[in-house]
Write a protein that binds this ligand. Sequence first.
Ligand SMILES: [Mg+2]
Length: 452
Amino acid sequence: MDSNRTPRITDVDVVDVRFPTSRELDGSDAMNPDPDYSAAYVVLRTDADRGPDGPLEGHAFAFTIGRGNEVQTAAVAALREHVVGLSVDAVCADPGTVSRTLNGDSQLRWLGPEKGVMHMAVGAVVNAVWDLAARRAGKPVWKLLADAEPEWLADQVDYRYIEDTLSRADAVALLRTGKEGSAGREAHLRSHGYPAYTTSPGWLGHSDQKLVRLAKQAVADGFTQIKLKVGADLADDVRRLRTARAAVGPDVRIAVDANQRWNIGEAIDWTNALAESDPYWIEEPTSPDDILGHAAVRRAVAPVKVATGEHVHNRVVFKQLLQAEAIDVLQIDAARVGGVNENLAILLLAAAFGVPVCPHAGGVGLCELVRHLAMFDFVALSGTTDDRVIEYVDHLHEHFEDPAVVSDGRYTAPTMPGFSSRMRPETISTYRYPDGSFWAADLTGQGKDTRI
Ligand SMILES: [Mg+2]
């Protein structure tokens, strides 16, 4: 590289990566019986010199569950022209400007606005920028955020459509308060990690015997909360929840998750029918867009809590869920909304309303990413882990260079620079769809074309 030239982003690679998870029924729920966990995987290439390991890059992805990942991949590719040529110094100094530029494309905005496939594509690119910035700073993303000045962090948020509820001044005040005592919390995080809960026992595809075995194993492994998928058959769910409760005893929290299966009346009746086994929260009882419906469910099923967020499109819908007192637990997802910047807005909204954040994870790579956001929230925003847990599923972590580690029911704080978003090269060459080595052999065996 010419030493007089500012380093630039030189290219954006997008790869369709799919894992054949549907063949083992892990991840099965009432609405998604056969997911093939997938990633529209992004690499921002640069001509910055990182030293002996080669050029600096930013990696991230949008998560999908199989068919349609080619649509997600195309959406990411549509953003390429906004990113190629940008100064590495500039994007690392202010990822918020990249976020605003991508969300503001006047033609692509028609495909949302700020929702769905295009917004998830924006999220993937923005998260890749944060990976790049954190690698350059030599810090994990949670630490980069926790060390940042409140005013700079506040400038990373787009207040459009939420300013009536959260202004920049509100954000600065929350972040200043959040920073008080942060050194002590960071030390605690590094030594004790962050609480997790596990969904592994509760997939709908499991037998009762497997449910009991995995639920007991979860308690033995140090988890104080597990989660069961519900919503396919009421009699089955009553039996499965009783079975799980008997297996774990009265002191372990059991959340239940309907994955949007119900109408409002069904959600209320079904949840109340499960109440005898003391479920902690009902997750996604109905459409993620039905704010008033969630509020009605919440009023009718208390003291069972209502949780949602993994399919909530953006900060505007989260604002309304909070304003309508529709949720007890807010579930951010690292790869659903517009990336770190929008999740920062959502964490600030949750802090302003005093609602605990329990991030959604699982799939592929979501545990790796979202722990950074929850850990930042603990160290430098909400300042607490009370009633807060990050979802954990022990699945597909081996594909990442900096995998999520859970020990004694708690996520370990990552220490490697970046967003933990980088997949191993051999994973990509094996599971790239349809021409990676796994899919080429598999699809050829089925007599299908494997050319891109
Ligand atoms: Mg869920």
